[in-house]
Design a protein around this ligand. Sequence first.
Ligand code: DC
Length: 232
Amino acid sequence: MNIPDIIVAIDGYSSTGKSTLAKLIAEEYGLLYLDSGAMYRGVTLHAMENGLIAPDGTIDEKGLEKALETLDLDFRSSGTEKGTFIGDRCVEKEIRTLEVSGHVSPVSAIPFVRKFVDERLHAFGKRKRVVMDGRDIGSAVFPEAEIKIFMTASDQVRAQRRFDEMKAKGEDPVMEEVMKNLLERDYIDSHRETSPLTRAADAFVLDNSDMTLHEEMVWFQGLCQGRFGILE
Ligand code: DC
């Protein structure tokens, strides 16, 4: 099935499987996949590495604003490395640690950080044929997106997924900490002042607590068929 040149916006709570679905949609329909959370994680890693986040979590906002002036944060590939880069360094692994996850929500709530990331996302969105996942893609970054999906799943299912993911990467997560981080992020993400996590009025809700990835793809295909009148 071919789909037109569109933007697909996938938003939702942490660990609902947004990126898994987005990547598969990108592959299946030939769209470019963009992980907006990785940008916020990249900013957070940069702040941590430059001593701009104190051990108690306090963010040196003035310092961070200055650091963003010269931060070269981008999605690209170089040799075998692909994903988020700070300058010439691929930081794909570093941005996924629990430490970064612990600081990313407060960092992403800062308005100038959102502006910094939004500018980069908009540049990618100009090309169309993009599937982007995040928290505010359908509601704030690309309100004109042709397809908007809002993903959700039970807390237990989400924590288990995140736990399994970390285990698979060779980490040694503690379930209580994973759950705590998840719920804390959900709270901060949906209660911040600037573009909080919220379902756009025209977003389709996908609760995948009890769905396989294949079922999610069938659901998406049905959505496209209905939306674009594709008979297949
Ligand atoms: O999708 P993720 O868990 O990698 O995102 C990390 C954090 O980035 C998330 O806790 C909130 C923030 N974020 C955001 O505020 N807006 C987005 N569009 C994407 C992520």
